[in-house]
Design a protein around this ligand. Structure first.
Ligand SMILES: Cc1cc2nc3c(=O)[nH]c(=O)nc-3n(C[C@H](O)[C@H](O)[C@H](O)COP(=O)(O)OP(=O)(O)OC[C@H]3O[C@@H](n4cnc5c(N)ncnc54)[C@H](O)[C@@H]3O)c2cc1C
Length: 222
């Protein structure tokens, strides 16, 4: 299996860093090919505008999706985007590793998605959801939080974590055809003991060793 990890944490020594290294090591040891985009290390530019393109459809008025459709036909994506598109298109499983920021993606990863999920190339026409461009591929969010699990329950302080992840799991991934696997969530790694953190890493590794057999989840209504 070809696995593509998109890693969004600025500190290599962070727990997110440990989760990404665990994933890489485990998956490679199981014989899978792993590619990683370490967005901060790459200094990935998250700003979406004309820099996304080497082609121009309308020089007078910038409309991102019109330029994306034109670039799809004309081979007009900027090299940094084209490289990410190809990694995504080549993989069987994509993992996003990130800390939850303001109930969502860190800006660098949101910008990556804003730029890379281009109309024409990754969705459009009749290609959405079960007929989406990435049909048959699987995607998995691996996240950490600051808050403990208790505050991420229905009726809890922050509400159901699955509702929080819905804009990503449904709005981006399922929308473009990915089969979404159950998220890997490590709650409040900063608040637990080192032993508990080690146990989380072992559980993540064990899950990844059996990942090929996993079935997608319902990312529907919450
Ligand atoms: C802008 C912003 C917005 C945020 N919004 C939210 C929000 O909406 N909701 C929310 O819940 N939280 C939020 N947070 C908090 C954030 O989600 C957490 O701080 C983050 O998820 C913690 O993960 P980390 O990898 O940064 O942890 P770290 O602090 O890097 O790591 C935790 C501990 O793990 C240790 N560690 C590292 N490697 C290993 C290893 N191999 N084995 C064992 N231990 C190890 C580290 O030394 C550290 O002690 C926000 C934070 C910011 C900055």
């Amino acid at each position: 299996m070809k696995v593509f990890i998109v890693h969004a944490h600025a500190e290599p020594g962070s727990f997110n860093g440990a989760l990404s290294r665990t994933a890489q090591d485990t998956l490679r040891a199981a014989g899978h090919a792993v590619t990683i985009s370490d967005l901060y290390a790459m200094k990935f530019d998250p700003v979406s505008d004309r820099r996304n393109f080497i082609t121009v459809k309308n020089p007078d008025y910038f409309k991102q999706q019109i330029e994306e459709m034109h670039a799809t036909e004309a081979g007009g994506f900027a090299p940094d985007l084209e490289a990410e598109l190809r990694k995504m298109e080549a993989c069987d499983l994509m993992i996003w590793q990130f800390p939850l920021w303001w109930f969502g993606l860190p800006g660098i990863l949101k910008g990556w998605a804003d730029r890379v999920f281009a109309m024409g190339r990754t969705y459009g026409g009749e290609r959405f959801y079960e007929n989406g461009v990435f049909k048959g591929k699987r995607a998995l969010l691996s996240i950490t939080t600051g808050g403990p699990e208790a505050v991420y329950q229905k009726g809890g302080w922050n509400g159901d974590i699955h509702a929080i992840l819905r804009p990503i799991q449904r709005g981006i991934l399922r929308f473009t055809g990915w089969d979404v696997l159950r998220p890997n969530i490590v709650y409040a790694p900063v608040r637990v003991t080192d032993e508990e953190r080690q146990a989380s890493l072992r559980a993540w590794a064990a899950r990844l060793r059996a990942i090929e057999a996993e079935q997608p989840i319902d990312v529907g209504e919450y």
